[in-house]
Write a new protein. Structure first.
Length: 155
């Protein structure tokens, strides 16, 4: 799809999300629901970056075609001090970048850090890949990328 067509298809969604973010005082471009994130990817109007650990991607699964830059690493999820530098190596600062984590919390922190580093269109994917914990402490039962039936693969 040409850039002009992608811009036409994605701009209304991005404009709405930016306005919602501004109203909410978010320190990044905004938060996109999973299905809209997938539509943005399909239109060619965005790139998806998974910010979970390599272990999460391998053992839980990931969205096909997503790039990987860990926000935190290891079992203790220690903050990756090279996150911004690694992100800069994979995407341009003016690209529409969608960040995805397990539940949408780490990706929001990563979006804030990227915005502070000069990225102009960084968005958090709401609900994350697995979604929130339910009352039984299980993920994937009420929301999230996989729960919404969006494409994913597992190594």
């Amino acid at each position: 799809m040409s850039t002009a067509l992608a811009d036409t298809a994605t701009q209304p969604v991005l404009d709405r999300v930016r306005q919602e973010a501004k109203s909410a005082g978010l320190p990044f471009a905004g938060s996109v629901p999973p299905r809209e994130a997938w539509a943005l990817l399909q239109s060619g109007g965005a790139v998806l970056v998974d910010v979970r650990s390599a272990e999460e991607r391998k053992f839980v699964g990931h969205a096909p075609g997503s790039l990987h830059v860990a926000w935190a690493t290891g079992t203790s999820l220690t903050r990756n001090p090279r996150f911004v530098r690694e992100l800069e190596a994979k995407v341009r600062k003016d690209e529409v970048v969608l960040l995805l984590c397990r539940s949408g919390k780490r990706s929001a922190l990563a979006a804030e850090a990227a915005t502070k580093a000069g990225f102009t269109s960084v968005f958090n994917v709401l609900e994350g890949f697995e979604g929130e914990l339910n009352e039984a402490q299980h993920r994937g039962t009420a929301d999230g990328w996989r729960f919404r039936g969006l494409p994913w693969v597992q190594d």
